[in-house]
Design a protein around this ligand. Structure first.
Ligand code: SF4
Ligand code: MG
Length: 336
């Protein structure tokens, strides 16, 4: 498998009047060509900040890259300037966000917005760009593309706007599509349609996808692998099957119990995770999840858990994996 994006030991902070917020604290992952990776966690876990750091979309200051390396398609983009990033954003990396209204331009027709992206990055005529815009609307399943390209975003429904945004993001056939909570604002049926569309397009264009979400439910159908973040760190990672059928970290168990799943098989009862994530001005020295964890031991408060390998693809940072730790029944899988 070929690596498209590699993030190594990323550290990212925000300098505020109250002090340094250590939002991302040593995060490493890679995205392979053609795969869909999900980055999952509650709001404030650092998942969006991580991807915005990769894309250089965090406001700097107060944001500040403290350490780490970002390699995209063989190029070290860690210290790219905003101008250098602009040449990549939209052409090699497309982005879609939760609320299309904030990223679509309300004063420009949808067709022109797609054409604009193409004209910015490719040497084509305006007529050619408009023709491609129409094709893109067809591809993302917007009916009457001929007419729709002349309409403004407010003339589109929520689901259609999200499709339009996907059309913009994919207009230049990027190698990577980053989707930050792409379906959160949509109702469940439309949500499923948009996820299906993304999955189809990923196959069709062989695009890699990073999907950022707080909702493990949306991950099952689209992701190949899952990274779970908590308090600025990755606490578990694995294939989608490993995370759903044999999760090892108590926080992942909590997430699985607390989110409604699109497949709606486990409608039983949703149990929220009690408590709030730690203060990132002064992150705990031990496991960041300790104060909320039903299984916390003394050592959990004293030292950060080591990362252990559950399989070639699954890793977990939890003291329960230590050989001397008490055995705990895994509520989801084959035992810890
Ligand atoms: Fe819970 Fe300890 Fe594991 Fe953290 S390291 S998740 S506190 S058992
Ligand atoms: Mg976010």
């Amino acid at each position: 498998k070929e690596v498209l994006l590699e993030v190594r030991d990323l550290e990212y902070s925000f300098d505020t009047y109250a002090g340094e917020v250590k939002a991302v604290r040593g995060v490493s992952f890679e995205v392979y060509k053609g795969e869909a990776l999900a980055i999952v966690g509650e709001s404030g876990c650092g998942k969006s900040v991580t991807m915005h750091a990769v894309m250089k979309l965090n406001p700097e200051p107060p944001g500040r890259l403290k350490g780490g390396k970002i390699i995209f398609d063989g190029k070290d983009i860690t210290n790219y300037t905003d101008r250098e990033m602009q040449s990549i954003r939209g052409s090699e990396i497309g982005m879609i966000f939760q609320d299309p209204m904030t990223s679509l331009n309300p004063t420009m027709t949808v067709g022109n917005q797609i054409a604009e992206v193409i004209l910015k990055h490719e040497d084509v005529t305006r007529a050619e760009a408009i023709k491609r815009a129409k094709e893109m609307l067809d591809i993302v399943g917007i009916p009457n593309a001929e007419k729709r390209i002349h309409q403004y975003p407010h003339e589109f429904s929520g689901g259609m706007r999200q499709r339009a945004m996907i059309a913009i993001a994919l207009a230049c056939k990027p190698k990577l599509l980053i989707a930050d909570e792409p379906t959160t604002a949509l109702d469940v049926t439309i949500q499923a349609q948009i996820l299906d569309l993304m999955k189809d397009l990923q196959k069709q264009f062989n695009t890699s996808i990073i999907i950022i979400t707080h909702d493990l439910g949306v991950v099952a159908d689209i992701a190949d692998r899952v990274v779970v973040m908590y308090a600025g760190k990755i606490i578990e990672r694995g294939t989608v099957d490993e995370i759903f059928y044999n999760p090892q970290h108590p926080y992942t168990w909590g997430l699985l119990k607390s989110v409604p799943r699109l497949d709606a098989k486990n409608k039983e009862k949703l149990v929220p995770i009690i408590g709030t994530p730690p203060d990132l001005f002064a992150p705990p020295v031990g496991c960041p999840f300790a104060v909320r964890c039903d299984y916390a031991m003394k050592i959990c408060y004293e030292a950060p858990p080591e990362v252990t390998k559950e399989s070639e693809t699954q890793q977990v940072a939890c003291w329960l994996k230590h050989p001397y730790a008490p055995k705990v029944a895994n509520p989801f899988g084959m035992g810890v």
